[in-house]
Design a binder for this molecule. Structure first.
Ligand SMILES: Nc1ncnc2c1ncn2[C@@H]1O[C@H](COP(=O)(O)OP(=O)(O)OP(=O)(O)O)[C@@H](O)[C@H]1O
Length: 315
């Protein structure tokens, strides 16, 4: 890995939900003790099933929500310790592209308004011709500047979402399932655009996806999450998985039958409730290799190892 741009240390997020006259509120850890780095110019993929904490991790990294524990350092500055004004200045250097370009763009705004918005938030004047330059950078004609989002196709809208994220020339962009709502052919174009922008602008990405195939195509390293915790970090896309969960995820992801792709079929057993995690490994109930030790004690993950794997019986 290159020199780290982002350092995430022992990050945790607890959510409380429910509660009322007859029910006690229930608490769960959406992100559990995550330690990771994102290198300069790196595309770090984060993959896992729905609800494993990917989006929560992304929001914590940008400090859009406050962590319960741990810290995040951006280019040497601890952003989890910054005052609101200092955080706002630091946010210039970080951005996010959302999954759904339909709901993340205000329908009342023209594209010119959408692309001017980040400057307004930062109290900065909009440089001359910047809107046209931003549209060109994402492959859209300047003539679209006066259009509203509903006049665009899904792919064009996501290009606008990317242009908006890059408006202030950030160093780091979180891509939260940026192609999940697009057709496969459009997905490929958006991924090619993101790869090109990374090369041209020297960007670092945190790329969140439930699609391991896509992550393996696009990312340099891959973080695999299960029930809020990192279970494995693949050091590149060629290395074989060592965690039984990653292997199962791969088998289901590459299954030719779409029905098999949805459920992780090689695995039997219940997914534990995030509100009542077992004392040992959270994956033990579904794991073909689980032993008594796994059910008693949670396996640790060495966040600084080249190929960390949280498993007592790795492949
Ligand atoms: N604001 C919140 N309040 C309470 N619980 C929350 C909140 N946000 C997320 N959660 C819970 O935290 C867990 C992780 O959610 P998160 O959205 O981070 O998962 P995810 O891996 O991104 O899922 P998906 O792929 O479906 O978007 C889930 O169990 C979710 O219900």
């Amino acid at each position: 890995m290159t020199a780290p741009l982002i350092r995430i240390e022992a990050l945790g997020k607890r959510f409380q939900s429910g509660g009322g006259l007859f029910a006690r509120p229930r608490a769960m850890m959406a992100v559990r003790d995550v330690t990771l780095s994102v290198g300069k110019g790196e595309v770090l993929g984060v993959v896992g099933e729905s609800g494993c904490g990917k989006s929560t991790l992304a929001r914590l990294v940008l400090r859009l929500i406050e962590p319960t524990s741990g810290r995040v350092t951006f280019d040497g500055t601890e952003i989890t310790a910054l005052s609101p004004p200092a955080l706002r200045r630091m946010r210039r250097r970080m951005a996010m592209v959302f999954q759904d370009p339909y709901s993340s763009l205000d329908p009342r705004y023209t594209l010119a308004d959408v692309l001017a918005e980040p400057f307004r938030v930062q109290n900065e004047p909009l440089p001359a011709n910047r809107v046209e330059a931003m549209l060109a950078a994402v492959g859209l004609p300047a003539a679209l500047a006066g259009n509203h989002p509903h006049q665009l196709s899904g792919g064009q809208r996501q290009r606008v979402g990317i242009a908006r994220a890059l408006a202030l020339r950030p160093d780091f962009v979180v891509l939260d399932e940026p192609t999940a709502s697009l057709d496969v052919s459009i997905q490929a174009q958006i991924i090619a655009l993101l790869a090109d922008l990374r090369d041209r602008l020297g960007l670092s990405y945190l790329f969140i996806s439930h699609d391991l195939g896509l992550v393996r195509y696009f990312c340099d390293r891959i973080v695999v999450m299960y029930l809020g915790a990192v279970v494995e970090v693949l050091p590149d896309t060629a290395t074989a998985p060592r965690h039984p969960y990653t292997q199962a995820l791969m088998e289901s992801n590459f299954a030719p039958d779409p029905a098999r792709r949805r459920a992780i079929e090689p695995l039997s057993g219940e997914i534990p409730s995030p509100f009542a995690l077992p004392p040992g490994c959270a994956f033990a109930a579904r794991c073909p290799r689980a032993s008594d030790l796994c059910r008693r004690q949670p396996p640790a993950l060495d966040g600084d190892a080249t190929h960390p794997v949280a498993c007592f019986h790795p492949l």
